[in-house]
Write a protein that binds this ligand. Structure first.
Ligand code: URA
Length: 425
């Protein structure tokens, strides 16, 4: 095979053969196909798509580029979830220990944030002492003892995706259904989970802006999982506004701990419970929502959280870092908050220092945005709507520019207008 020929095939809207796909992924992983050639192929795929069979083969080739893990030696069943990414999406943090408290193992191999969506590892690294990188042996031991582990994926898992994802990020070829579906599912299948719940986000803060495209992504991923023998289901959930009231690394850990203590914002609790129910059901454990609320209220989930954090060197009782500077955003008039746009809040939080512009940049643990009013609530002029947090106050101006137009207080709107949509199954 020849890279130029593979690129031409997709450029001219033809199907890639199985042989072409296997060859190009393997040769790219080994450095035989150059970044500029893979960039051209990714753009051709972005523009001309792949059919379900091409996507399945592409996914299989990415899995074959690295190792496959196995949890067969564990005494527990495994179940996992993956979110396609959003603003304020800290659900993994309360969810993994909640599910583990019902006796099922949750191996969460997570990533770092890039762009306006936060990364689970960046959030947990706000906890003093906590380490993202652990050996496979440590991971198995924590899964056996505690039941939940959230850690960095080893470099041996789907290395083709690692290279390709970084390339897509700088060539504007990320938001493409065949490439997203194969990227996510290659990692999840290689990880070796028995069951997988996908939280496919839809709305301004998500990769998929419309329900139709989110459904297409969800069904593509569910088919890939089922074909690989992984029990897979997907939920479509609202990402037109931020999830919860805290966005940013330490801020999101704090909100997760509120949920694990039996409190926290309603939308975060509801989504945590909905995903836990699906994950446990797939693993063959019958639970009701009341059972799950019970484990949040009586400290069982909190106990699993503390053990999970301690097992990776973190101090679950330590004070979380806070940013040195704050700025309040207040309502200019009386009315109802009808609009709080996820993308605007996500980008503003990113600019405050919660996210990074380049892969190697550090993130600020304390930076981010605290929301004081939910969409649909009535406010009076001068009332605090949000507080911005950062260690670098020269960032306030840029962040405020991104927030501008991202929220609306409407004098004539009825209370409840603009409230979050329910979870769509
Ligand atoms: N998350 C991934 O892991 N891959 C993508 O392509 C998009 C989101």
């Amino acid at each position: 095979f020849d890279a130029v020929d593979v690129i031409r095939t997709k450029r001219d809207r033809e199907r890639l053969s199985e042989g072409q796909i296997d060859w190009v992924i393997d040769a790219y992983t080994r450095g035989v196909v150059a970044d500029e050639q893979m960039s051209a192929l990714a753009m051709a795929i972005f523009l001309n798509g792949m059919d379900r069979e091409e996507i399945a083969r592409w996914t299989a080739a990415m899995i074959a580029s690295g190792e496959r893990m196995s949890f067969d030696s564990l005494s527990k069943r495994t179940t996992d979830k993956h979110s396609t990414g959003g603003v304020g999406d800290k659900i993994t943090l309360p969810l993994a220990p909640l599910v583990a408290s019902f006796g099922v193992a949750v191996p969460q191999l997570s990533g770092r944030g890039l762009g306006h969506t936060g990364g689970t590892l960046d959030k947990l690294e706000a906890i003093p002492g906590w380490q993202a990188s652990i050996s496979n042996e440590q991971m198995m031991r924590i899964l056996e003892d505690v039941g939940a582990v959230i850690c960095a994926a080893g470099s041996g898992l789907a290395p083709a995706d690692k290279k390709l994802y970084a390339l897509r990020d700088i060539t504007s070829t990320v938001d493409c259904i065949p490439l997203i579906a194969s990227s996510i599912m290659s990692k999840k299948i290689a990880e070796g989970t028995g069951a997988l719940v996908l939280d496919v986000k839809v709305g301004s803060g998500a990769f998929m802006k419309t329900e139709e495209s989110a459904r297409e992504l969800a069904s593509t991923m569910v088919d890939l999982g089922k074909d690989a023998g992984v029990k897979t289901v997907a939920l479509l959930t609202d990402m037109s506004r931020p999830l919860g009231r805290k966005i940013g690394n330490a801020l999101e850990v704090a909100e997760s701990v509120e949920v694990l203590a039996g409190g926290g914002p309603r939308d975060v609790v509801d989504l945590t419970v909905a995903l836990a129910r699906e994950m446990l059901t797939l693993a063959g454990v019958d639970v009701t929502d009341d059972d799950l609320h019970g484990a949040l209220a009586d400290g069982r989930a909190m106990d699993a959280w503390k053990r999970m954090i301690s097992a990776q060197g973190g101090d679950p009782d330590a004070e979380l870092p806070t940013a040195s500077e704050r700025h309040d955003v207040v309502a200019e008039s009386d009315g109802v908050l009808t609009e709080l746009d996820a993308l605007s809040v996500g980008v503003a939080s990113w600019r405050l220092g919660a996210g990074r512009a380049r892969k190697e940049d550090p993130v600020q643990a304390g930076a981010g945005i605290e929301i004081h009013v939910d969409p649909g609530e009535r406010v009076t002029a001068g009332q605090k709507l949000m507080t911005l947090h950062t260690d670098t106050p020269d960032r306030f101006e840029r962040a405020l520019e991104f927030l501008e137009g991202g929220y609306t207080v409407s004098p004539d709107a009825a209370e409840g207008t603009g409230a979050r949509g329910d979870v769509v199954l």
